[in-house]
Design a protein around this ligand. Sequence first.
Ligand code: MN
Length: 538
Amino acid sequence: MDAKDQREKIFVLDTTLRDGEQATGNSLVPSEKLEVARQLSRLKVDILEVGSPASSPGDFESARLIAQEIDGPVICALSRARQEDIDRCAQALAGAKRKRIHTGIGVSDIYIERKQYKSKDEVLKIAVEVVKHAKQYTEDVEFYAEDATRADQEFLFTILQAVIEAGATTVNIPDTIGYAIPEVYGSLISRIRERVPNIRQATLSVHCHNDLGLAVANSLAGLVNGARQVECSINGIGPRAGNASLEEVVMGISAHKDYFRFLLQIQPKELYRTSRTVAHLFGITIPRNKPIVGNNALTNNIGLHINGMMKDRLPYETINPEDIGFPQSRVILTARAGRHGLKHRLKELGYPPFSQDRLEKVYGRFMEIADRKQMIYDEDLVSIMENEVPNLSEKYTLTFLQVMNGTHAIPMATVKIKKQENGTEETVTESALGDGPVDAAYKAIDKAINFQVKLDDYTVQAVTSGAAAMAEVLVSVSKEGKKVLGHGSSTDIVEASVRAYLNGINKLVEKLAQEKRQPGENRQELVNKEEVVYREQK
Ligand code: MN
């Protein structure tokens, strides 16, 4: 190979399921985290950070499930500088083909003081101990120097040298509070390479937060100055203003191949779907003007397409939406499409092959909606797919809904709910009055299932335009301090609302059962107390 063609490999560590999920209030159930992990694996992230197993039984279980199933990326779990937490990481990761433990400690004076360590020497000693402890479980150990950008630099160099000596194979330099600016952050990375004698025995990693809107710029500056791993999240989700956005980092590098001369294994064609999946499951709306994946960023180019300006596109766009897997051709399906037609279009839209069982479920919903709506657009299909999360055990399902409503009527709803438990099945019918049709339906459900939840948030939006548009409802429901999101879609707003509510309830059932199943009772109390500390991490 020609010397000037040599490119250096950049490792991408995705922290959507750790920093991102922690920031959104840990609202995903393990089956949803697994679904995100599958998509991140198709995107080909190098390292998949799955959570902090010691922080809650749910985090432990999802890490365990992902470690068992996903075998492309290295599966990484985060731990504070505590040996028993590292032990939990190791237990959760036991099934992984390749595993990494990511541990660390605050290194700035502010963090050392706030976490009540006696001295820098004590911090150094603990850092070395925990790295050695993690090393018993896996060769691949990452150390994070929390709040590195505000730390005394001489101390930072000393602690990095010590943890590399103790066996850390990656050292992470987080800009924990999103305070850095590109030139200064870049020169910090460069100084670390000059001043830490054994730095070449480890991979340098950047982990930037977006409080000043500079997370991506800082990350790129770090890479230019010698870091070879970048930590980021899909849609930039994370605490406060978020983390560096994976899609922006990746497309920034790929738009400037000649400048960066890096090699990435990420598959950009999976970016659009990954962004959609994460936005949906985390219940966030992507701003229209969000770089790379926002609607305006994508559709401006479509306008040019339609105008037949294909040849002249280059002057108008930096990113071609096709490159990130944004579907270009529009197809309208009707009820006559059949299973084969549906399967074919889903494949064209980039969905991976799925089981016959799941196809039947999706086809059932497709036919119900096609009956009412006649023309099914791609957006409708995506909505159907997103609302059929596989692996979720459904204790309660809706079999009948009737609503009476009008300007001079008191809204009344009747529901039939099928309840499945331990192989038995029973159907309960209940009616209720309410302030509006949705309220009446929710009250009827509450009576039918006798499992009270708190409805914290309710939003509705149209997926496609026109009177026969599909409505998508998102609810946030909680019980016993646990929160989940419920999704539902239908051409009928009340039905979509009921589906969302039941979806949330089924997830809460799963989540609460999870907490009770885990070994090591009395952890919950401990977890609640320490959750605050956890959220502050990194
Ligand atoms: Mn972070």
